[in-house]
Every structure is written in structure tokens, then in C-alpha cells.
Design a protein around this ligand. Structure first.
Ligand code: TUI
Length: 314
């Protein structure tokens, strides 16, 4: 057993949050993670509010434990989803890809626990001043939309800069990662890639297999030149995007080419011409397991390792 402030804050058994993966993290995955004692998250992504409401209601039928909704702030529907989580009395909101400042008061008035993803110390401090409950410090190793700093460098700097709990994300997929995160001063971890291959995850089987067979060096970053860097597994689609960037074509051509690409891979299973977003830990993720097996294995690995280290350090 590993008990931290995060377990108390969110009323969960294990200090593990599932990452909010657009087009991937639905009510089935979120409820499975919550039923396994972690915090499951439904990703709103670019979905209209009513679709998200339906997923929230499905999750409530699948679990009586707390779960959360991730709001992707670049979405045209972010504002309506921000209101719907209040109407549906969701326990936790996480945010990504922007500053959620203008919604925080409304969420806190509705007793929602608010945990934004931050890529920097500056945003972590701003979020603390706005009254959030915790922050997720997400490193460059993550899949999807990424910041510049690595988890190893970012997490302890955020821990030193704020007094609220800090969750570590990016490059974490097993018990070693969980224990390392706790050593950096985090109160828990958020993991996306490991849960992407969970049995209860409805992402297309081609996507799962691509992650399961990935090597350490298979991820690549596109979009650095447009200001929206995204990490995904190298394929014909990323080669084409990088070519557009190399030719110095304008951001509009790039965005047009990228639009709909995550859905193409995650729903349609087109892993050649779609965007297979995944973290650098893809090479570490080797088997499809239930969410319960994943969480139990990680917690056991971290606590066994902690005991073994206790014998080594004098
Ligand atoms: O949000 C993510 N990961 C994502 S979102 C996503 S959907 C998407 N698809 C294509 C292009 C863009 C998004 C896929 N993966 N992770 C959390 C995260 N948030 N990473 C970095 C940030 C972040 C960046 C800047 C958070 C706040 C921020 O603030 C800037 C500001 O306005 O101060």
C-alpha cells in the first residue's frame, strides 16, 4: 500500500491518475481505473458538451467511485464542457493545453477538485494563487501536446515553488517511475500510455499494437514550428508533417493536414496516416492488462523497490 496526500484529497486508494487522452479515454476506461482504486478520467478532447455529458452519465453507471473529466482548453467546446462538469457534479477536473484560470472560481463554487496540467513553474504558481487543489507537472516525455522541460527537471522545481500537492506525469509507466516521482516530492503520478493498452481501453486495436511493439526511439515531435508541439509514434503521417515544417510552409497548411488525425488513428485504426500519440515510455509498455492488474503491479513494484532500497542505503 502506498498512501499519500493525493489519496486523501481525491478519496482514492492508490496515488495513480489516468491521463486524459482525447478520442481514447472514455467512460469504460475511466470507470475501470476508478474501480481499480485509481482516479479514472474521461477526456473531453474536442467533443461537444452533450457527448461528454453522456460519457459522464455512463461512467456513473459503471462505478460508484470518484472519477474526473479532462478539459482540453484548445477545444472549441471547452466553455460548454466547463459548465457541464458542474451540472453533472463531477468530482475532479483536470485541464490541458492552456490556462484554465477563468473557470476555476466556478468549479470551486461547485465543490469540484481542480488539478490543471502545468508545463512550468510560472504556471504552477499562477494556478496555486487561483486556488486549485493540486497541479500535475507534466514533462516532455509525455505523449500528445507537450511542454519543454523533462519530468526529472520540472517536478522538483514545481514541488519547491508551490505548497499544494504536485502530481508527476511524463515518462512514468511502472513502479520504478512511481517511486522516482515520490522521491522528487510528488504525491502521485498520472499515466497515459500504460493505460492506453489496458483491456478496458476502447482505442482501436491497431493503435494498441503499435504502442506495444514500439521501441525507445520510436516517438517524434511534430508542430515545434507552429507552437503546438505534439509527441507521437513515427509513421508516414509524421514524416509528411515534418516535411511541411521543413519546407517552411505556413501554419494553416500544417493545421489542416493535422486536423482529424488523432481520430483517424484512435477510432478508424489508420496508424499510417493518423496521429498515434504516445509517450516515450511506449518502449516500456509490453503487455495488455486489465486496469486492476496494471495498478496492483505498479504499487507492488514500487513498494518492493522501496524496501530493497532501504537495505542498500545506510
Ligand atoms: O494536453 C495535453 N496533452 C494533449 S492535448 C491533446 S489534443 C491536441 N491535439 C493537437 C494539438 C493540440 C492538442 C493531445 N495531447 N497535456 C497537458 C499539457 N498541457 N501539456 C502541456 C500543457 C500546457 C501548455 C501550456 C498547459 C498549459 C499551458 O499554458 C500556456 C498558457 O496559456 O499559460
Amino acid at each position: 500500500m502506498i498512501k499519500t496526500k493525493l489519496c486523501e484529497l481525491l478519496n482514492i486508494e492508490h496515488p495513480i491518475i489516468q491521463g486524459g487522452m482525447a478520442w481514447i479515454a472514455d467512460s469504460s476506461l475511466a470507470a475501470a481505473v476508478s474501480n481499480a482504486g485509481g482516479l479514472g478520467i474521461i477526456a473531453a478532447g474536442n467533443a461537444p458538451g452533450e457527448i461528454v455529458r453522456e460519457e459522464i452519465r455512463k461512467a456513473k453507471r459503471l462505478t460508484d467511485r470518484p472519477f474526473g473529466v479532462n478539459i482540453m482548453l484548445l477545444s472549441p467546446y471547452a466553455e460548454e464542457v466547463a459548465k457541464i462538469v458542474c451540472e453533472e457534479k463531477v468530482a475532479v477536473v483536470t485541464t490541458g493545453a492552456g490556462n484554465p484560470g477563468k473557470y476555476i472560481e466556478m468549479w470551486k463554487e461547485n465543490n469540484i477538485k481542480v488539478i490543471p496540467v502545468v508545463p512550468s513553474v510560472a504556471l504552477a504558481k499562477r494556478m496555486e494563487r487561483s486556488g486549485v487543489d493540486a497541479v500535475i507537472a507534466e514533462g516532455h516525455e509525455s505523449g500528445g501536446h507537450i511542454g519543454e522541460l523533462t519530468t526529472m527537471a520540472l517536478v522538483p522545481q514545481v514541488v519547491d515553488a508551490v505548497s499544494i500537492p504536485v502530481v508527476a506525469a511524463g515518462g512514468i509507466a511502472d513502479g520504478r517511475g512511481l517511486l522516482a516521482a515520490l522521491s522528487l516530492g510528488a504525491v502521485g503520478v498520472q499515466m497515459g500510455t500504460r493505460f492506453l493498452v489496458a483491456k478496458e481501453c476502447n482505442v482501436h486495436q491497431n493503435y494498441k499494437q503499435r504502442v506495444l511493439s514500439a521501441k525507445d526511439i520510436d516517438t517524434v515531435i511534430t508542430g515545434l514550428s507552429t507552437g503546438h508541439p505534439v509527441r507521437s509514434l513515427r509513421n508516414r503521417f509524421t514524416r509528411e508533417l515534418l516535411n511541411i515544417e521543413k519546407q517552411g510552409l505556413d501554419a494553416e497548411v500544417f493545421e489542416q493536414r493535422a486536423a482529424g488525425s488523432l481520430k483517424r488513428a484512435a477510432i478508424d485504426g489508420d496508424i499510417d496516416f493518423g496521429s498515434v500519440m504516445a509517450g516515450q515510455v511506449s518502449g516500456l509498455v509490453r503487455k495488455e492488462q486489465t486496469c486492476s492488474e496494471i495498478i496492483e503491479e505498479i504499487v507492488k513494484e514500487a513498494s518492493d523497490l522501496y524496501k530493497a532500497l532501504g537495505g542498500m542505503v545506510r
